[in-house]
Unconditional design. Structure first.
Length: 400
């Protein structure tokens, strides 16, 4: 099943853009019709190549910087094409510079800024494009770009906080692996000569260690090939519908990590919805965009079902409270937002809550993982020391 980019008209005659999963274009058109959307353009979304992954990637921080720069230039009265030209000259990477040049050409041909951005999904996701589109409609492009920059900066801080809590235990585990490889390939083979000269029967634990060392020395290339094939297979499998769904389900069910992933998805969903609704994007369109950018097929299906029920007249809070994938807190807070007419502000508070709690949970789990990793390191060292020392002790006993 592929993902298709579409441009369509809704019941109000408004042009909306988004993505839909389908096996082919006719099936994608049928899905859009079921959601009261008439497609005007449907193209298959190309998967990123290896070159795009390394050369086409633009960090969240970079997007925040040029969003704020663009907002500043527009608020100062600079023409949009001139501002894009300046951004192209200031771009750090050749790939980003090329993107801005293409955007400039599209603007010269009469495209809107949001339409020009939508041609580069590897840089500007659906949320970014939709918010810019709303800014163009309301004449507040500089304002929404500043808000985008702020949200992107907050997102970058949140991601850095979560990753930072996992760096230390990951580093310790990597050092353990490298130390083990060094011992098995350089130290143990030299000790083997001494053990062979003793002509003594070696303990089972030492025989196991020597066997592992011999395998590593003689077949290291086979291990590398196996790991490369395993990684390639996993990358391919994880991009299939079945593989992606299996991984996404594990993220939500494995004890310990499920709390972190659920917190990340709730943060992402509420942040995106707050930004879109605050920018004036209709609720149904915001839900459909949110389902596509949450990056979890289970939540994507769940949010689309929420959108279907909202389209039928069911209040958003009622459907969220019924959905088992959404914590009661989200549904209750959305209910408050609906009653007060400040849904975007309430969702913003919820996103900040999940940013804080997820960061704290990650830090707490990291503090538990650190001693576990140290214990694992100790056991690995103890195994090698015991396997090496035991035959040496036996040789000394035999001599004495």
């Amino acid at each position: 099943m592929a993902r298709f980019l579409y441009k369509a008209k809704n019941n109000k005659g408004e042009i909306v853009t988004g993505t839909v999963r389908a096996n082919n274009v006719p099936e994608a058109e049928k899905i859009l019709i079921d959601h009261n959307l008439v497609a005007t353009d449907i193209i298959i979304q190309k998967k990123q190549t290896l070159g795009h992954i390394f050369l086409g990637r633009v960090s969240v921080k970079d997007k925040a910087v040029f969003s704020r720069q663009l907002a500043t230039m527009l608020s100062a009265g600079l023409p949009l094409t001139k501002a894009i030209t300046i951004l192209a000259k200031q771009a750090k990477s050749e790939n980003l510079r090329t993107v801005f040049v293409e955007i400039y050409k599209d603007l010269e041909e009469g495209y809107s800024l949001s339409a020009a951005f939508s041609k580069h999904p590897q840089v500007f996701d659906r949320v970014y494009v939709s918010v810019v589109n709303s800014g163009e409609s309301t004449g507040k492009l500089d304002v929404v770009l500043n808000e985008l920059a702020e949200e992107l900066e907050n997102d970058d801080q949140f991601i850095s906080k979560v990753k930072g809590a996992l760096y230390y235990p990951s580093f310790i585990f990597l050092v353990l692996i490298l130390a083990g490889i060094f011992m098995l390939t350089f130290v143990i083979p030299k000790l083997r000569v001494m053990f062979d000269q003793s002509n003594q029967k070696l303990p089972l634990i030492t025989q196991m260690l020597l066997g592992l060392s011999t395998f590593m020395v003689n077949w290291w290339w086979l291990i590398l090939i196996f790991l490369a094939l395993l990684i390639a297979f996993f990358r391919y499998w994880s991009e299939t519908d079945g593989g992606a769904r299996f991984i996404h389900n594990l993220q939500l069910t494995v004890p310990g990590v499920s709390g972190i992933f659920k917190g990340i998805y709730m943060y992402r969903f509420t942040r995106v919805m707050s930004m879109l609704i605050g920018a004036g994007v209709p609720l149904l369109d915001a839900l459909r965009i949110g389902s596509a950018v949450i990056d979890n097929s289970i939540y994507e299906e769940s949010i689309m079902e929420v959108a279907n029920q909202v389209e039928k007249g069911v209040p958003l809070s009622v459907q969220l409270l019924k959905d088992p994938f959404f914590p009661p807190l989200v549904g209750n807070m959305v209910s408050v937002g609906e009653e007060t007419g400040e849904l975007d502000k309430v969702l913003d508070k919820v996103s900040k809550y999940y940013a804080q709690t997820t960061g704290d949970t990650t830090k707490a789990i990291s503090s538990l993982v650190e001693p576990a990793v140290l214990i694992l390191v100790g056991l690995g060292v103890a195994f090698m020391v015991f396997a090496i020392y035991l035959p040496i002790y036996q040789m000394n006993q035999a001599v004495s």
